[in-house]
Design a protein around this ligand. Structure first.
Ligand SMILES: [Zn+2]
Length: 278
């Protein structure tokens, strides 16, 4: 089974919202692409998935959340993390993330307890870590390729995409060998996008020699569903004394959203209204 994403618009938007440095755009972009594809694989409509890559590098934790339609949002703890490069000119994402750390995956299926998995980071380049997660936590042989192309002069996100290929249970050795052969010949995701290939063409290339059946194809976006009402209900769930403190000591409250950087202000009377509902 293969999924592919052209996440150029999503990662461009994220880079503008969070004013990310090149390496921060690359790391956040890769995680957003993977999380969107993993979200779109969830079966139930109300399901969501939350990925957190936390290494010991200067970038700090990178977080992405997607719904079951593949719509995604995310942020990185240190968006201005300095960028370093490999000898071949590629951004060194592994150094920024840090090789010692964990990848957490939390699947919320809309009802019941969330499913939580965690693995140690294997490379810090994110794609390999996602593949390792599926292999170790879910015993699903997986190939993951993620890429973000950034303009060297303007630091603008030019292209971004991803590919996730999984073997169905019971795949025989021939299938595995053939797939490995395809993957080894595959160009990078951003090269394929630069050539004008569609996500379907990318999947077909990865599955060359196999019969391809299109299960679904849809548009995905960077979406943050926050609102003043949602923050208000969070405040409502806080202890009464803390809300009183906000009114008497701070004469109001301000809350920011990590995902879209919007700030919501609550006046004393807003807070009184919240308090009266408790
Ligand atoms: Zn928001």
């Amino acid at each position: 089974m293969a999924s592919a994403i052209d996440s150029t618009d999503i990662v461009y938007k994220a880079s503008i919202i969070h004013r990310t440095s090149p390496v921060a755009s690359a790391a956040l972009g890769r995680l957003l692409s993977a999380t969107s594809m993993m979200g779109a694989m969830l079966k139930s409509k109300d399901a969501s998935i939350n990925l957190r890559v936390a290494g010991d590098g200067e970038l700090g934790p990178v977080i992405a959340v997607a719904d079951s339609f593949g719509n995604v949002k995310g942020y990185v703890s240190n968006p201005s993390c300095p960028s370093t490069h490999y000898d071949n000119g590629k951004l060194n994402v592994a150094e920024a993330v840090g090789k010692n750390g964990v990848l957490n995956v939390m699947r919320n299926l809309g009802s019941g307890e969330p499913y939580i998995g965690q693995i140690e980071l294997s490379s810090g380049e994110i794609a390999e870590d996602i593949a390792a997660y599926y292999a170790q936590s879910e015993q699903i042989p997986t190939v993951c390729a993620l890429g973000v192309l950034i303009d060297k002069d303007s630091s603008q996100v030019l292209l971004s995409g991803g590919l996730l290929i999984q073997l169905l249970p019971g795949a025989d050795d021939n299938t595995i060998t053939k797939l490995e052969e395809n993957i080894s010949k595959l160009e990078s995701v951003t090269t394929m996008l630069a050539k004008g290939m569609s996500t379907l063409e990318m999947c077909k290339k990865a599955l060359d020699g196999f019969e391809v059946e299109v299960l679904d194809e849809f548009e995905v976006k960077y979406v943050c569903g926050c609102s003043k009402e949602k923050i208000a209900s969070l405040i409502e769930s806080m202890p009464e004394e803390e809300i009183r403190d906000m009114i008497e000591k701070d004469h109001g409250a301000k809350a920011g959203c990590h995902f879209c950087n919007k700030t919501f202000e609550f006046s004393e009377s807003d807070l009184q209204a919240i308090l009266s509902k408790k």
